[in-house]
Ligand binder design. Structure first.
Ligand code: HMG
Ligand code: MG
Length: 296
């Protein structure tokens, strides 16, 4: 059964951190990172109390060679109960790859991704926004039939590296297109880290007209150094789920200028000082951040 938030509540003082370093971080690294090193990072993160870790992608290996070994990563990681391991799936071909690699002893979620701007859609998925949604129809239907939880990403929620500023209404329309496929949590991606609290706030106001805060997450890259401020403003709008990458790993190969995701350790600090619970042990994250920095 599809579940908007992996079957758990995300209201109140609990904030759910989605660790995306092993995927969003490592997909952009120029050097080859072995399966063993990826698995060591994921296994360490799994011990920290994190409940969601994105571990790879079933995308074209020609487009993103760093994620070509995601099947082996899934095969070799040591699952921890209560951790949900997620992978990106762009189309039916990716879904089939996911099904082949799926293990019975791990909860695996999929994440589908589209853009709020046509330029980034073409660059990242080689098709228009409408076509990308059509390609996801059979994926989401198959996930529903198989009982796999689906999360959705919308990229370029404030700015596109090709089309310039994205209007809040454009983002709301794109979120609605994904949620028309099925109920799912939508992670709002500031892909190139140009968002500021005022603009994030305007974007969220538009999006909150089509989806409740409990079904939204913030995904902030940190180019402009505004990611923590953008998380703060998102918290004020009721969001209680954020994506981050240990050690500030990150970037997107199809978004020139996309820097690292906001660092998990910095988000934990902000949340702890603001009185939010995450259930994540910062000592494990500090160790994992050292390991992640050693991969750059
Ligand atoms: P395409 O070339 O238009 O696809 O790419 P196609 O259907 O014409 O197929 C071309 C070839 O790719 C064929 O192989 C297919 O079999 C193969 P060939 O005959 O040439 O040997 N193919 C695949 N192989 C493996 N897995 C697949 C797959 N699909 C086709 N799933 C495609 C379309 C979507 C595949 C391509 O554009 C792609 O892989 N894009 C992914 C790009 C990507 O992963 N970007 C990074 C993730 S998104 C991100 O980072 C943003 C995010 O963090 C949020 C934010 O920050 O905003 C999520
Ligand atoms: Mg990203």
């Amino acid at each position: 059964m599809l579940s908007a938030v992996g079957g758990e509540s995300v209201t109140g003082d609990y904030v759910r951190i989605h660790e995306v370093g092993p995927r969003d971080g490592l997909q952009n690294e120029p050097s080859v990172i072995s399966v063993a090193r990826k698995v060591a990072l994921i296994d360490l993160l799994s011990q920290s109390g994190l409940r969601d870790i994105e571990v790879g992608s079933f995308v074209s290996p020609k487009w993103v060679p760093q994620m070509a070994d995601t099947d082996q990563v899934l095969a070799q990681l040591s699952p921890v109960q209560c951790v949900r391991y997620a992978v990106l799936v762009p189309n039916k071909r990716g879904w089939d790859g996911f099904l082949d690699a799926r293990r019975d002893d791990i909860i695996t979620d999929i994440a589908v991704f589209i853009a709020a701007s046509e330029g980034f859609s073409q660059s990242n998925l080689n098709c228009s926004i409408a076509e990308s949604v059509d390609r996801l129809r059979p994926v989401v239907a198959a996930a529903k039939e198989t009982g796999v939880t689906v999360r959705g990403y919308v990229s370029c929620v404030t700015d596109c590296p090709f089309d310039g500023p994205t209007s809040p209404q454009q983002v709301a329309d794109t979120v609605a297109m994904l949620r028309d496929l099925a109920p799912m949590q939508i992670s709002l991606g500031d892909t190139i880290g140009q968002g500021t609290p005022d603009r994030i706030s305007a974007m969220l106001e538009a999006v909150l007209a089509v989806a409740p805060a409990t079904d939204l997450a913030g995904h902030f890259h940190d180019t402009g150094g505004q990611a923590l401020a953008n998380i703060a403003v998102s918290l004020a709008h009721g969001l209680r789920a954020f994506d981050s990458a240990v050690g500030g790993l990150g970037g997107c190969p199809y978004a020139p200028g996309a820097p690292g995701n906001v660092a998990t350790e910095a988000v934990l600090d902000l949340l702890a000082h603001s009185g939010y619970e995450t259930g994540v042990d910062a000592r494990f994250i500090a160790q994992a951040a050292d390991m992640a920095r050693g991969m750059r």
